[in-house]
Ligand binder design. Structure first.
Ligand code: NAP
Length: 525
């Protein structure tokens, strides 16, 4: 079976044999994909010329209703998405839920908050600015939706959520979307797009799907298009520096890989609630989606005197995790997504071991439930320890995209801040402490290099959302190595799909244009 592309309002099979999609547990081939022979230039033109105008005829509130219908369709097919997550990603129920339910929730969330933008067709920003003595000549900033297409180049690990978290704000803005899921796990996104197309919710050209390589896609993006990329820092650099993208100053949003950390405060001794919560959180992060989340904790920064105790506490929990075929209900952790990722994890692990000792797991034979190690793509749950964080290099640089975390010892506040900053820009750090002065120092010392910092003290110990949970109301993205992009943050996400311009002119013309606008201050409520 070859998964077809959906371009110019039609399903089209690519040419040639295509690339296989593989079940990472059994090694069986599931389907094939290829975008060869698909005219990507025309696909973009169709989106811009047909999908865009049809979307922008509608108001924000009408488009929010469309998102609500999309969410309904996706929710109705949830079981099928869980089935495909199991087949193509080796996902446990919890893994599939994180991706699929996260996707549906995000779509519903934007449908709900999108209604607040009401009947406007564009946004006006700020007050009228007087530019003459009589106030006859004034200025006003406006934010019209871009008249291009939004191109989503997505990572393999969140085929459902990665699609919805980008699609919702773009469509709400009135910008047609061209979705290019990562080839290895494209089936789930393909099925979601198929369901949305079948339900006939969106105007023709508002949604397109490229199944297979991006090929010459970026050669055809234009000034008014937006490229939203999620994936490795290496690919991000290639996309950013692509000649056509540079020449036309195409807007590029990048969500890349990130060495995230969790910090144990000096006040959290073994036996305290926060010590246990951190140990639990680290295990959850290592096992959920087999550690294949962009937000997963990679480094656990711990006061030197607690290094051994925390290692023991995490190891005790890790030893209870059953790894294997997620079709078996006992299994709590599945494989990584394919043999290529398995090898990449093994290579990364080798590098980390040059600087770290193994506390749990490592190279030994894996006890797999109902899975053949030869055919499957499992990576052993591994906890490492690094005694000299400031001297280490790989620990702060090598993202092992699997169930691996490293404990890093710190001595004092200054040391801790310096080590945390060695991530060179991260999506998220979490901080477990009851010491408010310490919390303040860390926030001030590291906030500029993080997209999000989760603080957990005893007052929120039963209420916090979790280190790896990206909620649509809050910012997702991080500076530096994490790509420098910004996503979500409620309606602020719409800024990526709008362009700011200022009109200087007679009050009457400006008032007339302003009448068709919703207020941009709503983006911040
Ligand atoms: P990847 O290899 O960089 O691929 C990402 C996407 O880029 C895929 O769709 C890929 O297509 C496409 N691509 C590759 N080369 C391209 C080129 N020259 N031009 C245009 N597109 C190109 O990343 P991945 O292995 O799928 O994802 C894992 C990484 O993503 C991890 O490092 C993780 O940290 C990061 N990630 C970050 C976030 C975040 O929000 N910050 C979220 C999830 C994942 P093909 O698959 O067809 O090659």
């Amino acid at each position: 079976m070859k998964l077809p592309n959906y371009v110019a309002g039609q399903w089209r099979e690519g040419a040639g044999e295509g690339e296989p999609l593989i079940d990472p547990v059994t090694g069986d081939e599931l389907a094939r994909i290829t975008s060869q022979g698909i005219d990507l230039k025309s696909a973009l033109e169709f989106a811009r010329s047909q999908g865009g105008p049809a979307l922008r005829q509608l108001s924000y509130a009408q488009r929010a209703e469309m998102l609500a219908k999309m969410a309904e369709v996706l929710a109705a097919n949830r079981d099928e998405y869980f089935r495909l997550s199991l087949l193509n990603l080796g996902a446990t129920q919890a893994d599939a839920s994180f991706d699929v339910d996260g996707a549906i929730y995000t779509m519903k969330y934007y449908a709900k908050i999108g209604r607040t933008l009401a009947e406007g067709k564009m946004l006006k920003e700020g007050a009228v600015i007087p530019l003459s003595k009589t106030n006859a000549f004034v200025a006003q900033h406006f934010l019209p939706p871009s008249k291009g297409a939004a191109v989503f180049i997505n990572a393999f690990n969140f085929p459902a959520w990665g699609f919805c978290e980008k699609a919702a704000p773009a469509l709400l803005s009135g910008v047609p979307i061209v979705v290019k899921p990562a080839s290895t796990t494209a089936w789930l996104a393909h099925r979601m797009v198929e369901d949305v197309v079948k339900a006939d919710i969106l105007p023709r050209g508002a949604i397109s799907l490229i199944c297979g390589g991006a090929r010459d896609l970026l050669d055809h993006v234009r000034e008014e298009d937006i490229v939203s990329f999620t994936g490795s820092a290496e690919t991000a650099a290639r996309i950013r520096s692509q000649a056509n993208v540079l020449r036309r100053s195409v807007r590029v949003n990048v969500e890349a890989d990130s060495i995230n950390s969790a910090i144990l405060g000096p006040d959290c001794a073994p036996g305290t609630e926060l010590f246990d919560l951190l140990a639990k959180e680290v295990v959850r992060e290592m096992t959920l989606k087999a550690g294949q989340k962009c937000t997963t904790i990679r480094r656990v920064l711990v006061p030197r005197q607690q290094l051994k105790a925390l290692g023991d506490a995490i190891s005790a929990r890790l030893s209870t995790i059953k790894v294997g075929n997620p079709r078996n209900a006992e299994v709590k952790m599945g494989p990584v997504v394919n043999k290529v990722q398995q090898s990449s994890c093994q290579e990364g692990l080798k590098k980390l071991k040059e600087e770290c000792s193994v506390v749990f797991g490592g190279d030994g034979p894996m006890q797999l439930i109902d899975a053949d190690p030869q055919k499957s793509a499992f990576v052993p749950l591994t906890l490492l320890a690094c005694e000299n964080g400031l001297a280490a290099k790989h620990v702060h640089d090598v993202e092992v995209f699997g169930p691996v975390a490293t404990l890093v010892a710190y001595d004092g506040l200054e040391d801790l801040i310096a080590i945390a900053r060695r991530g060179l820009g991260s999506l998220v750090a979490s901080l477990f402490s009851n010491d408010s002065a310490f919390i303040q120092d860390i926030l001030l010392g590291t906030g500029d290099l993080h997209g999000r910092i989760l603080v957990v003290d005893s007052t929120v110990s039963s209420q916090y959302t979790g280190h790896g949970n990206v909620v649509p109301s809050c910012l997702h993205g991080g500076p530096g190595r994490a790509g420098g992009g910004e996503e979500l943050a409620g309606l602020r996400a719409l800024l990526l799909y709008h362009r700011r311009f200022v009109v200087q002119g007679p009050t009457a013309s400006i008032s007339r244009l302003a009448e068709s606008c919703s207020d941009a201050s709503l983006l911040y409520t």
